[in-house]
Design a protein around this ligand. Structure first.
Ligand SMILES: Nc1nc2c(ncn2[C@@H]2O[C@H](COP(=O)(O)OP(=O)(O)OP(=O)(O)O)[C@@H](O)[C@H]2O)c(=O)[nH]1
Ligand SMILES: [Mg+2]
Length: 302
């Protein structure tokens, strides 16, 4: 009889606590966009790790927030669906921040289910006084009886092994639903668009990043004159207003050039091939409130 096991883990929490950073760390590859801007993640992102007999399927989700537009409605729906589908829930929290209403609402939604819950207190590298961690743990455990509480720092790779050990306890006998060498089920084009969106988020400030979406228009592999493989990618960066378009392009095109060169470097390292990237900027007025466009961008929860 096969001893194959699987574990399905849903990663939730408020924005900016490090959920996607944790997903990338757990699977050992950067598949999810990370930035210091809240609401970086917009959809459910599946990361897969197979170790020996056990296959772990991690589901990263958008940060819990109060919906502000139709895109937000989809994001919040994605979170609640992921919680109700989850077998093991990791609530990721920032140990330097006060508990927020978004977190207490999320925690309330755990109560109806029989899933295992792990409280993951991230960013312990930022704590100068470790005794603050104890009181933070108490604040959370007063709200909910978590099965496990694990302090970690994704940046310092601290506590990650302990976290994996506790997840492993809850793995159940069952098949592997993904090939053992899979890391994600996201299509290549989505990974490419997310790399470019992340570079735009990281380079732009304030209101502009939130209204950005990226699509890959064409993708072609060819050999260059030296016989090396080259990937030609053309991408469109959408923003919500004409004034934002100017900001994304920047003075003399400097901002777009920077986003493009940062993106190209990461695309080349991820796909292990030379990349020739062309980025265009277009405006889709107020797209975050337009259902059809949200769906076309692949950002609908359905
Ligand atoms: N100091 C510190 N910063 C961290 C750590 N983990 C993540 N961060 C930073 O926290 C910020 C948010 O990280 P993300 O992984 O994008 O957070 P998220 O929870 O996925 O955010 P949303 O997708 O917006 O919900 C980034 O600037 C990360 O570099 C950590 O262990 N320590
Ligand atoms: Mg994220």
């Amino acid at each position: 009889m096969s001893s194959s096991k699987n574990a399905f883990i849903t990663i939730v929490g408020r924005a900016n606590v490090g959920k996607s950073s944790l997903l990338n760390k757990l699977i050992g590859e950067k598949i999810a966009a990370v930035s210091n801007k809240p609401q970086t993640t917009r959809t459910k992102i599946t990361g897969v790790l197979t170790q020996g007999e056990t296959q772990y399927v991690f589901m990263d989700t958008p940060g819990m927030h109060k919906p502000k537009n139709k895109l937000s409605d989809h994001m919040v729906k994605t979170i609640s669906d992921a919680v109700s589908d989850g077998e093991i829930i990791m609530l990721v929290a920032d140990c330097t921040k006060k508990i927020s209403e978004n977190e207490t609402n999320l925690i309330k939604s755990f109560k109806a289910s029989r899933m295992k819950t792990i409280l993951v207190l991230n960013k312990i590298d930022l704590l100068d006084d470790k005794s603050k961690l104890i009181s933070k743990i108490n604040e959370y455990t007063e709200l909910y009886d978590f099965d496990e509480v694990i302090p970690i720092s994704v940046h310092e790779n601290d506590g990650i092994d302990t976290l994996m050990e506790s997840v492993t306890k809850y793995a159940a006998p069952g098949p592997h639903f993904f090939p053992d060498d899979a890391i994600t089920d996201q299509p290549e084009k989505v990974i490419m668009a997310e790399i470019i969106r992340e570079k735009a988020l990281c380079n732009l400030s304030e209101e502009v990043p939130h209204g950005i979406a990226v699509t890959i228009e064409t993708l072609k592999e060819r050999d260059n004159r030296n016989g090396e493989g080259v990937l030609d990618i053309s991408a469109v960066i959408y923003c919500e207003r004409d004034s934002h378009k100017g900001i994304v392009i920047g003075k003399g095109g400097a901002m777009l050039k920077k986003i493009g060169s940062d993106s190209r470097a990461e695309l080349e390292s991820f796909f292990q091939i030379k990349v020739n990237l062309q980025c265009w900027v277009k405006v889709k007025e107020g797209w975050r409130n337009r259902e059809g466009i949200i769906r076309n961008f692949g950002l609908s929860d359905k």
